[in-house]
Write a protein that binds this ligand. Structure first.
Ligand SMILES: Nc1nc2c(ncn2[C@@H]2O[C@H](COP(=O)(O)OP(=O)(O)OP(=O)(O)O)[C@@H](O)[C@H]2O)c(=O)[nH]1
Ligand SMILES: [Mg+2]
Length: 432
């Protein structure tokens, strides 16, 4: 007789595990029956008088009835992105108007770019001459006064939680591929580079091809020439979509030569695609900020302004209005003295508000918007909120309305074989 299915699986098992299957298939019905019998007798026998009446029997599903309590550190409700636009410059009553948020899929794409891959700390450069060559990856520098929250924003942008990333020891923070932050001004003293996202395939391919050609050339050199060539620093292969540069802060606690080195960087870095200027939402625009905006104007670097510590003002539009209006005023004044650095071209008039260091909620508030603003400035993502009526709109308007053809006419037309339709039919048939 052929063994049953259960027996076959039992024989297929290692001998040491067979008892488990036995218990499951053969013994369990017997055990279950015995348990059922004991529970029914327990239910029928009355409880002894001495036992405590007391808490209702707890079934596995029932939970104690507790009133929902508010955690003291429950997250504040704040938008993932928040930005403001100014009223036109000729309007005497300047106020900040909340801007339309970016589309969800655009925000998703920006978030993906920043957080899909873990960020990488690339290197630190105390001087501009020590900055490594980069001819392929776009760079964005985060610039602002000491303690404004530059390093904190970088950590939030790359998806490092404030608690994880909040290390004031630079070596430890770098080991975590994060930026060191501190409540003391002057924490960041060098230009720190962080690689974000994944490089485009064609960029990497081009770099690999160039390297292969350079290696080929090396092969034809004499030994001494090769030794000389080896001394020249080679550009590293690109791995990231974007490089974020954490700048040392200016103002209180900053280095004396800050202006000199940063000026060299702003004027000579070919792959610098833009600067994010951080301004403290509580303190507002200071004289140092004006000086930096002038430097950016003179170097003709695309600029996006962000207000940090927006959580301290509870993201209130009214509370931030003064700081926002002052920022636009400053930008327009500075722009007036330049040639090319203009509103909408040199600097973006949309000001973004962030609260990356808000300890009540990890992940950072307004950070999604900041990610999108950077992608937009660099040209990695389009701003689809602006609907420009292009030439296609004109074409659509000019198209004549379709003619209504009677059914009989249609039938007649399909039965007539014009030279054109004949040819087309033959063509189609020949294709099969
Ligand atoms: N509440 C709040 N605190 C913040 C925010 N951003 C930064 N901070 C705090 O501000 C302090 C300074 O932050 P950092 O990121 O070190 O500032 P920094 O601009 O890099 O400073 P330097 O490196 O000295 O130039 C830290 O204690 C942060 O926790 C924010 O958006 N909200
Ligand atoms: Mg810093």
């Amino acid at each position: 007789m052929a063994p049953s299915r259960a027996m076959r699986s039992l024989l297929a098992m290692p001998p040491t595990l067979r008892h488990l299957l036995l218990r499951q298939t053969i013994l369990s019905p017997a055990i279950a029956q015995r348990r059922l019998a004991t529970t029914t007798t327990q239910q029928t026998t009355p409880e002894p008088a001495s036992s405590h009446p007391k808490t209702p029997p707890r079934t596995s599903r029932s939970k104690p009835n507790r009133a929902p309590t508010e955690r003291p550190d429950s997250p504040v409700k704040a938008p993932p992105c928040l930005s403001f636009l100014p009223t036109p410059s000729n309007n005497p009553e300047q106020t900040a108007i909340p801007a339309k948020p970016p589309f969800r899929d655009t925000l998703w794409a920006a978030n993906k770019l920043f957080t899909e891959q873990p960020p990488q700390f690339l290197y630190s450069a105390p001087r501009f001459r020590l900055v490594q060559e980069n001819t392929r990856i776009p760079e964005v520098c985060i610039i602002g006064r000491s303690n404004v929250g530059k390093s904190t924003l970088i950590n939030a942008l790359v998806g490092k939680s404030t608690r994880l990333a909040g290390r004031s020891h630079p070596a430890l923070a770098r080991r975590l591929n994060a930026a060191a932050t501190s409540s003391k001004a002057g924490c960041t003293k060098t230009l720190n580079m962080y690689g974000v996202g994944t490089v485009k395939r064609e960029v990497l391919q081009a770099a690999l091809q160039e390297r292969a050609e350079a290696n080929k050339k090396l092969g034809s050199l004499t030994r001494s020439e090769r030794r000389e060539a080896a001394k020249q620093p080679r550009e590293k292969l690109p791995w990231h979509a974007l490089v974020l540069v954490d700048m040392p802060g200016y103002g209180f606690g900053s280095l004396g030569e800050w202006g000199v080195e940063v000026n060299k960087y702003l004027n000579n870095r070919a792959m610098l695609k833009g600067a994010v200027v951080l301004i403290d939402a509580v303190a507002g625009v200071k004289e140092d900020d004006r000086a930096v905006l002038r430097m950016l104007r003179d170097a003709n670097v695309r600029t996006t302004v962000m207000l940090t510590k927006g959580d301290k003002l509870e993201y209130s539009h009214e509370a931030m209005d003064a700081a926002l209006v002052k920022t636009w005023e400053t930008l327009r004044k500075i722009e007036g003295q330049g040639q090319t650095w203009k509103e909408g071209e040199g600097w973006d008039n949309e000001i973004w508000v962030t609260g990356a260091g808000d300890e009540r909620r990890s992940g950072g508030l307004g950070v999604d918007g900041a990610r999108f603003a950077i992608c937009k400035m660099v040209g990695l993502l389009p701003d689809r909120r602006i609907e420009v009526p292009g030439p296609e709109a004109e074409v659509v308007k000019k198209v004549e309305p379709p003619k209504i053809v009677p059914f009989e006419e249609l039938l007649w037309a399909s039965s007539v074989k014009t030279p054109e339709t004949k040819g087309r039919r033959r063509e189609v048939n020949s294709g099969f």
